[in-house]
Ligand binder design. Sequence first.
Ligand SMILES: *Cc1c(COP(=O)(O)O)cnc(C)c1O
Length: 220
Amino acid sequence: MREVSDNIAAIRVQIEKACVPHGRDAAAVNIMAVSKMQPGERVRAALDAGHRLFGENRVQEAHDRWAPLKKEYPDVRLHLIGPLQTNKVRDAVALFDCVQTVDREKVADALAAEMKRQGRGIPCFIEVNTGAEPQKAGVLPENLPALLDHCRAAGLDIRGLMCIPPADDPPAPHFALLKKLAARHGLPEISMGMSGDFVKAVALGATCVRIGTALFGTRI
Ligand SMILES: *Cc1c(COP(=O)(O)O)cnc(C)c1O
């Protein structure tokens, strides 16, 4: 397996290439290293290489790994990219620097209340279920305006949108839809694209690509 630092450099080059035909600035595309279920030494290698943006999808697992590591690396930025239950909101607000998976009013209200209680405001993204898959997290595209209004009224700082396209669909139409929705609502951040499709996501406007296996290797 290649070194984590080589993988990060190779991903950066692919992002730069994908930006050229679209006149995009590659510096506007952030690489999020998705560290869920990765061995500690690989995460250390990314930190040693100077990487600072990470994503985790479970609050408890993220807490066990990152509570100590964030003391050592105070400039790490950690985003929650998995579903959030209201009983985990307290831990999530204490640990994460952004929650990308707001998808219902109840969670938005709990986050707003908890941020006030802790005196710690963190930006959020709304997750959109672009494929309208019944089992999947995320707000349906048609319900996004109402949820966005609700979040803003509750005082949440909504910075962008996030999506995970259906596994068996070509991702491009989902990426294009997310970009259109973000533009319509004046949201600057677009979180889309994973190991298998981040080049396409960058071509279609991603500002954050969430990369696990292509950066760290296969999860254990
Ligand atoms: C695991 C995960 C990723 C990374 O997936 P890879 O295919 O390993 O790059 C990205 N986004 C979310 C929400 C995930 O849960």
